[in-house]
Design a protein around this ligand. Structure first.
Ligand code: HEM
Ligand SMILES: N[C@@H](CC(=O)c1ccccc1NC=O)C(=O)O
Length: 290
């Protein structure tokens, strides 16, 4: 029996909904309430449009929601990687599934943002100056942890050691894919030293020996079930990453056309070139070779 002196849900027979509400706790002068726990005052304080444009509220809300999902993805990736580093594969699969679901939420956000027309956007675009998603530290963390690395991307964060530090660490540490390859090696697959010791600040390139190892895993799924499940989960992550990028590109095209980006890049041209990037090259090539 729980509920203490104020009584709990089990104390009385189930009342109708109208009476049930009257039994709800109502004195939060000393107890932590919903809003206190979630720091909703702080959350709302972060919503600060700088123009009177109606759609700026939508723009800010979508970015805030996206940043929250990105932070969750970073946390899950780091936790999954810490376990993979110890040779554990089952719990990381669950964490990577959560990453995949969070990516779906990120991608769905475009549906809401697309209700903003180009004219609506131009009412406030001038106000934020050089600010751009290009400077999103959490997005860059996700890219670095997944292995898409480019030291140039550190530059916008040079003035903020608290944001720069974790990025530098991620840039030099193993990616989730490096850890998967290390696992392959520990299970006896011939992964060359040049792969295991590769310059991690750069993107990985397709390696024939790695491809042969994955081929063996995909041909003998029963013998290597956990490695196979891990590989397919990574493909899910990359698949969803591509969907987010593609929807971003389409949203940008329909909103600003071929205008330059506020962050200083060519805009659509820059984003289109990112679509060609492959995170886990052997996991795609294995389909062709099977
Ligand atoms: C009307 C909506 C949007 C427009 C017009 C837009 C436009 C752009 C453009 C032009 C770039 C290229 C960099 C530059 O600014 O020069 C960019 C990059 C980026 N944007 Fe957006 N964006 C929009 C919404 C969003 C949203 C909702 C997010 C969610 C977080 C986002 C995240 C990013 C990220 C992470 C990058 C860097 C991509 C990379 O370096 O590969 N953007 N955006
Ligand atoms: N790069 C966008 C601006 C932009 O999208 C943006 C601006 C401020 C805060 C977040 C943004 N989102 C993503 O790039 C543009 O060129 O219009």
């Amino acid at each position: 029996m729980s509920g203490g002196t104020q009584g709990g849900p089990e104390d009385a027979p189930a009342p109708g909904a109208e009476h049930a509400a009257e039994q709800a706790y109502s004195d939060f002068r000393k107890n932590l309430s919903y809003g206190d726990y979630l720091r909703l005052d702080d959350l709302r304080a972060a919503h600060q449009p700088i123009t009177d444009a109606h759609d700026e509220h939508l723009f800010i809300a979508i970015h805030h929601v996206s940043e929250v999902w990105l932070d969750l993805i970073v946390r899950e990736l780091l936790a999954a990687m810490a376990l993979l580093e110890r040779g554990i594969t089952d719990a990381p699969l669950k964490m990577l599934t959560r990453v995949v679901r969070a990516q779906e939420q990120l991608t769905n956000a475009w549906e809401v943002l697309k209700t903003m027309t180009p004219a609506d956007y131009l009412q406030f675009r001038h106000a934020f100056g050089q600010a751009s998603g290009f400077q999103s530290q959490s997005y860059r963390m996700v890219e670095f942890l997944l292995g898409n690395r480019n030291p140039t991307m550190l530059r916008p964060h040079a003035h903020r050691p608290d944001l720069h530090g974790p990025l530098v660490e991620a840039l030099h540490g193993p990616s989730v894919y490096d850890l998967a390859l290390r696992l392959l090696s520990e299970r006896g697959f011939a992964i060359p030293d040049e792969v295991l010791q590769r310059d991690r600040t750069q993107k990985p390139e397709l390696n024939e020996a790695v491809l042969q190892a994955w081929l063996e895993v995909y041909r003998n799924t029963e013998a290597y079930w956990d490695l196979y499940a891990l590989a397919e989960k990574l493909v899910d992550v990359e698949d969803n990453f591509r969907r987010w990028r593609f929807n971003h590109l389409t949203t940008v095209s329909r909103t600003i056309g071929m205008k330059r980006g506020s962050g200083g890049t060519s805009g659509v041209g820059y984003l289109r070139s990112a679509l060609d990037h492959v995170l886990f090259p052997e996991l795609w090539e294995v389909r062709t070779r099977l």
